[in-house]
Design a protein around this ligand. Structure first.
Ligand code: SAH
Length: 283
């Protein structure tokens, strides 16, 4: 076994005092961290992180680094967004090497754009390190490809919350009509309303839905359901946030691609879940 926290040889960027690196930590599984993120963990003086960043990843930080929790969930007191940005500015101005570590990708429903903008407006130099977003990587861990030639040419990533925490001003009718596959972040609280809006816009009651909670983590849970039944099924199963919701026939592909079950010796449930009746890569 190699030391899992050491970087392969390469010309890795050095963190400079007074800089803030806005970095994604991926959806959970530490193996989905990027090498740039690992490089940053080794160098940062201060790491300002969200609740969604796994403790095992924080365990790879330079032992001298100060860890600052700036999450917005998990029952702990919430930090206000503006306060987080101001704290980052203060730390940078104090000459620290600051790592702002967020779950998934910092620019996907992560307010990384807003924080980056505030830092730039205050003259603080930044570097952006993307991460694997839960809506892509989390679904992949459940065996769900967000695009597939026999399913969709477009995928929509959409949030179920807006700034106030209510259902956002999303135009669900356009989303329903334009996108074969819809991936919803932060949608559990308003799942019943979202499903009703999508059905009202013409999506089928029996359309497949998969809900993946704690994706990529040891306690990952997957619920396979339909638009009509998803809210009731979710409630009955107790599945909860953080979860990504996949609406569309892509969810069926889990019947073939649930690689975690396959790895444990379970045979595929259905090698042709789309009912193509032909080898998938013909034509
Ligand atoms: N920047 C993050 C998203 C932050 S918003 C990203 O790119 O993934 C928070 C939402 O992300 C959660 O409500 C949930 O919808 C989703 N999410 C993040 N981590 C997740 C995980 N491990 N499993 C399932 N959903 C997750």
């Amino acid at each position: 076994m190699t030391d899992s926290t050491s970087l392969p040889p390469g010309d890795w960027p050095a963190m400079q005092p007074g800089w803030v690196w806005l970095c994604g930590a991926g959806p959970g599984d530490p193996g989905l961290l990027t090498l740039h993120a690992l490089n940053a963990l080794a160098q940062a003086d201060v790491i300002v992180h969200d609740a969604l960043v796994d403790d095992r990843i924080l365990g790879w930080a330079n032992p001298a680094a100060e860890l600052v929790y700036a999450g917005k969930r998990g029952g702990k007191p919430s930090a206000r967004q503006k306060d987080i940005s101001l704290q980052l500015i203060d730390l940078a101005r104090a000459g620290k090497k600051v790592l702002r570590l967020k779950g998934g990708d910092p620019f996907v429903f992560g307010r990384g754009g807003e924080e980056g903008q505030t830092l730039v407006q205050h003259g603080v130099p930044i570097r952006i390190i993307p991460g694997i977003s839960a809506g892509i990587g989390g679904l992949a861990y459940a065996g769900i490809p967000v695009t597939h030639r026999d399913v969709n040419q477009a995928v929509t990533f959409v949030t179920g919350h807006d700034r106030q925490g209510r259902v956002s001003g999303v135009d669900w009718t356009s989303v329903a009509k334009s996108s074969g596959v819809i991936v919803i972040y932060m949608g559990m609280k308003h799942l019943a309303d979202i499903a009703a809006d999508l059905m009202a816009a013409g999506r089928g009651a029996d359309e497949p839905v998969a809900i993946v909670a704690q994706a990529t983590l040891p306690d990952q849970q997957v619920l396979e359901t339909t638009l009509a039944t998803c809210a009731a099924d979710a409630e009955a199963s107790g599945i909860g946030a953080p979860a990504v919701i996949c609406v569309g026939r892509a969810a069926l592909l889990r019947q073939a691609l649930d690689w975690q079950s396959l790895a444990m010796g379970t045979p595929p449930r259905n090698a042709d879940p789309l009912g193509l009746g032909r080898p998938v890569e013909d034509g």
